[in-house]
Design a protein around this ligand. Structure first.
Ligand code: ADP
Length: 975
């Protein structure tokens, strides 16, 4: 199934793309066929954008201009004027002369003959004929040629028609190379005839071939796609009355006046103001330019703009159109049209490019990317079209391309928004279907027995017989049953029923459920009610997140119960979750749809799901915070994303500072606290990381934090995205469980084992051995006495050791309550010394006192302090050689009272100094062979001092002596 889905998706996608391309191409082609004016407009625009190109030097216009008319009077002039001008021109040996003036009627015999002679002399002069519309004898419209008078026609090197073909908008874009009248009498265009005459080509050499007209060595392509029209057509439209519409696109050099540097007035020529050089070897075109003579047409450089289509640019005189036509043929500036199949293909390509580019432009800055690709494509289409038009004289199918672009872009965007919308619906449906995201099971799934019905759960919690969870139905102004336990739950509750039930105990309806238990207690103490052991009916109003009532929890037939605040809260919380989730659930039931849903629905659905997820997240968050263990969750990079308050407490950093910090930095800190000077923390943390991330095995470490130390088990495990071992690691969870108590128990067990196995067993064996010898053998008296003494000594030592051990254990476990009382240190020291001085005297050791007078009293347990001092002084005596001195000093230092016992004894090696306060530790020293001890004395001292909030320090130098200092806090004097 998973294989099939992407294939289906791809097929779907391809279908969409094909549909968009087809629709865009079809629409583009239909519009461009139906509105050919668009193509013409675009072509004009391209020509205007191209602008004027440099005009040719070999075309000269002799203009019947305003100045000449002013000079010689109204047109037509006497033909003698033309004869003179023609002679002047012809004498300069131009290539050909085209006379764009009609000589269809005779004037005076001599003038006509003179003109015919002049034309004949020139040898290369072409005269004009015109096709006119005329009604025949039956009144039917027809066409007829207006020929020049035969004299002139015969003298001329050729006769060409001067009909200018204009489009519907009056613009002359094309030249009809040949025109024919109704009878099929055809004449070539005067432009063609002029070139023919100029190049000395025979008339017969001009002929039609498929797609072109042959003029000597030139091929003039004609516009394709225009059907041949029968020359017998009665159509009077000048554009469709030809046999074969041999039409050629005129490439205009520029707007009217582009030939002005090569244009001379008639008068100028007659006055001899133009050098013959100006005509030599050139095409001389004689025609009217004066506005008063008419014969002006619009060129593509004229364009209509504005609301009422105002015309911009001047009209062009016919002779200038002729000049442009001649130039087009001479320079072979023929525009090629794209064949229809290529136009369709290009339109389809543009549509495909739009769809493709929009599919690529996704992700970040999507709108920007889409705009960029769309405008980029548009620029490319226009740019390439412009280049094609100006450089390669190719008439681009810009209209179909732009239309295709304009249709495909919105369609592609629409497709994407539809797909995204449908996808969003799917995601919403997935989220909606994810039941495990709701806080508790939803009522939609509640089965009678197997599934935990929330009502049943509540019933068990408060031992009620009937429980009903109702949802507020706003439309119905009542409450609908969602989940029930027991037979008596009614399917509907009216608002009044709920109000009465709630008003029995006003505080029931408040959201403050904390008051509930007190009410129960009140009821229980009511003697009358306490006999009746059932609460009949009660109602708790459930509120949603906005604190608005959303349902009720109905409890019936519950026994008097001592429900705790928590139990009631839990019941209300469960009911609230049911009520607030069912609201969402119902609306998601009809998830099967095909068309994407509306944006508003989506926003609403997402809002509901959001709330559900948030409540779930809040629940999880609270649960994690409530855990008694320290919990740290970090991402794979080790950045701590979550730490519960307990973790912050253990790390001894504010919670806010933990989140965002580095997990391994924190673990290193813990580790190095443990190992004091040892800097292997880094190593340990790295190893833990390796084992948990690479080995995927939870790693456990015991760590010790703070002073007094607390012990924790640090458990580091990797969070993976799946259950199997290869699933990628998403993050790390570190759990810190306090195991101080277990650690202490372990320690005690070890101590007892040491005590029993070493310290007790050895003397006991000695006692047993000696008592056996004494009982079984006859031992001499002095030996017997000695043995008795030893047994006594060992037994005393044992008793001493056990009592000392018990003392320490009691102090450690906190069962020895301190009996604090004001205590003056100096008298206490004196009392201790009173007992110990005889012992010192035995070894000839002097005890010196340096006790500060009027030391303030402290709050302390006198017996324990005395015991601690006794141990210190006894040690000083025990571990000092004969004839030495011990100094006891007591003075106040800052906020503490300092008691120092300094001896001149053997001293303690520096390397064992840290161990002397450990239980059972004794410095292994030959000198101490005869000194009895347990190794518990100093442990007891430290325990006592620390219990009083003080501390003990030691300084010692081998062979010089030791100095033990006890610092006890002085009571703070209140101001
Ligand atoms: P013990 O019962 O052996 O004296 P303690 O806990 O009192 O046990 O002392 C631990 C060890 O510390 C002793 O075994 C001894 O070696 C050393 N020690 C204690 N006090 C002194 C001292 N004043 N001078 C030298 N060594 C001392």
């Amino acid at each position: 199934m998973s294989d099939g889905l992407p294939k289906l998706g791809n097929a779907n996608r391809a279908a969409w793309i094909v549909a968009i391309v087809l629709i865009s191409t079809t629409l583009a082609m239909i519009v461009s066929w139906r509105a050919p004016g668009l193509n013409l407009y675009v072509r004009d625009r391209l020509m205007q954008a191209r602008g004027p190109i440099s005009p040719p030097d070999d075309i000269v216009i002799i203009a019947v201009d305003e100045a000449s008319i002013a000079r010689y009077g109204r047109f037509p002039w006497p033909r003698s004027l033309t004869t003179r001008a023609l002679d002047t021109i012809a004498s300069a040996q131009p290539k050909a002369i085209a006379i764009d003036i009609l000589y269809t009627e005779s004037t005076s015999e001599t003038e006509d003959a003179a003109l015919a002679d002049s034309i004949k002399r020139a040898g290369n002069a072409v005269v004009a004929a015109q096709l006119i519309e005329i009604a025949d004898e039956k009144g039917l419209p027809g066409t007829r040629w207006l020929h020049p008078i035969p004299q002139i026609e015969n003298a001329a090197a050729g006769v060409g028609h001067v009909n200018v073909s204009t489009e519907a908008d009056g613009t002359a874009r094309e030249l009809s190379l040949r025109k024919s009248d109704d009878q099929g009498k055809a004449l070539w265009s005067i432009a063609l005839e002029t070139i023919r005459a100029g190049e000395g080509i025979r008339g017969a050499s001009v002929r039609d071939v498929p797609g072109a007209v042959v003029l000597g060595s030139r091929m003039i392509p004609i516009m394709p796609d225009i059907p041949n029209v029968s020359f017998a057509s009665r159509d009077i439209n000048s554009r469709t009355d030809t046999s074969r519409p041999d039409r050629m696109t005129i490439d205009y050099v520029g707007p009217p006046g582009s030939f002005s540097h090569q244009t001379f007035g008639f008068a100028e020529v007659l006055d001899g103001g133009v050098t013959p050089q100006s005509f030599r070897g050139k095409y001389v075109l004689v025609g009217a330019t004066a506005a008063t003579l008419g014969d002006h047409v619009a060129s593509p450089f004229v364009h209509a703009e504005g609301a009422s289509g105002e015309q911009h640019g001047e009209l062009m005189p016919g002779v200038e159109v002729l000049a442009n036509s001649v130039n087009t043929i001479l320079r072979s500036r023929f525009y090629h049209e794209a064949p229809e199949w290529l136009v369709i293909l290009l339109a389809a390509l543009v549509a495909a490019a739009v769809v493709g580019l929009l599919a690529i432009a996704q992700g970040r800055f999507e709108t920007l990317k889409q705009l960029t690709v769309l405008f980029g494509l548009l620029a490319i289409i226009i740019g390439v079209s412009y280049l094609a038009f100006t450089r390669w004289l190719f008439s681009p199918p810009l209209v179909p391309a732009l239309l295709s672009f304009g249709v495909a872009a919105p369609l592609a965007l629409l497709r994407r928004s539809l797909l995204t919308s449908a996808d969003l619906d799917k995601r919403i449906a997935e989220l909606a279907a994810a039941n495990e995201l709701s806080f508790l099971s939803t009522p939609g799934q509640t089965g009678p027995d197997i599934n935990p019905n929330p009502a049943t759960l509540i019933a068990h919690l408060i031992a009620a017989k009937t429980i009903g969870i109702y949802l507020l139905d706003k439309k119905d102004r009542g409450y609908r049953l969602l989940a029930s336990h027991g037979a008596e739950a009614v399917p509907r509750l009216s608002e009044t029923e709920v109000e009465t039930a709630a008003s029995l105990r006003p505080s029931d309806s408040s959201s403050n459920e904390a008051e509930e238990p007190s009410i129960n207690r009140k009821r229980a103490s009511d003697p009358e009610r306490s006999r009746e052991s059932q609460i009949t009916s009660r109602c708790l109003v459930l509120r949603n997140n906005d604190n608005q009532p959303s349902g009720v929890l109905m409890i019936k037939d519950a026994p008097e119960f001592e429900a705790t605040v928590e139990t009631l809260r839990l019941c209300v919380e469960i009911s609230r979750s049911v009520v607030n989730n069912v609201d969402d659930q119902l609306r998601f039931r009809s998830i099967r749809w095909h068309l994407p849903r509306g944006v508003e629905w989506k926003a609403h659905a997402l809002g509901v799901l959001n709330r559900r997820l948030l409540s779930r997240a809040r629940f999880v968050d609270r649960a994690l915070r409530a855990v008694d263990d320290g919990l740290i969750i970090a991402d794979i990079g080790g950045r701590i994303a979550f730490a519960n308050p307990r973790a912050a407490e253990i790390l001894d950093i504010p919670q806010r500072a933990v989140v965002g910090s580095d997990l391994f930095h924190q673990l290193n800190n813990l580790q190095s606290q443990k190992g004091s000077a040892e800097r292997k923390g880094d190593h340990v943390a790295r190893e833990m990381l390796m084992r948990s991330v690479v080995g995927r095995a939870p790693v456990e470490r015991q760590i010790m934090v703070g002073n007094p130390p607390r012990y924790y088990t640090l458990r580091l495990s990797a969070v993976t995205s799946g259950h199997d071992e290869t699933a990628p690691v998403l993050g790390l969870v570190a759990a810190l469980s306090d195991v101080t108590q277990q650690h202490e128990l372990e320690q005690m067990k070890t101590d007892v084992m040491t005590l029993v196995s070493h310290e007790l067993l050895t003397p006991l064996t000695a006692i047993q051995g000696m008592s056996e010898v004494l009982s079984q053998f006859d031992v001499p008296d002095d030996r017997r006495r000695e043995m008795h003494l030893t047994i006594n000594d060992e037994a005393k030592r044992l008793a001493h050791m056990i009592s000392e051990y018990l003392d320490i254990t009691k102090l450690e476990s906190g069962t020895h309550g301190l009996r604090l009382a004001p205590l003056r240190m100096v008298p206490l020291i004196e009392r201790v010394l009173l007992l110990l001085e005889p012992l010192a005297a035995q070894r000839n050791i002097r005890i010196a006192r340096d006790l500060a007078p009027s030391l303030p009293p402290i709050m302390a347990d006198a017996d324990l302090i005395a015991q601690a001092l006794t141990n210190l002084v006894a040690n000083a005596i025990k571990y000092s050689p004969l004839d030495t001195e011990i100094v006891i000093r007591a003075h106040a230092a800052g906020n503490a009272l300092l008691v120092t016992v300094k001896d001149h004894g053997c001293g303690i090696p520096a390397n064992v100094l840290p161990h002397i306060f450990e239980k059972f530790y004794r410095v292994p020293r030959l000198e101490d062979a005869d000194v009895q001890g347990t190794g518990l004395g100093l442990t007891l001292v430290r325990e006592i001092v620390e219990l009083h909030g003080g501390h003990i320090t030691v300084e010692s130098e081998l062979g010089i002596g030791s100095s033990f200092s006890v610092s006890l806090p002085l009571p703070t004097t209140e101001a």
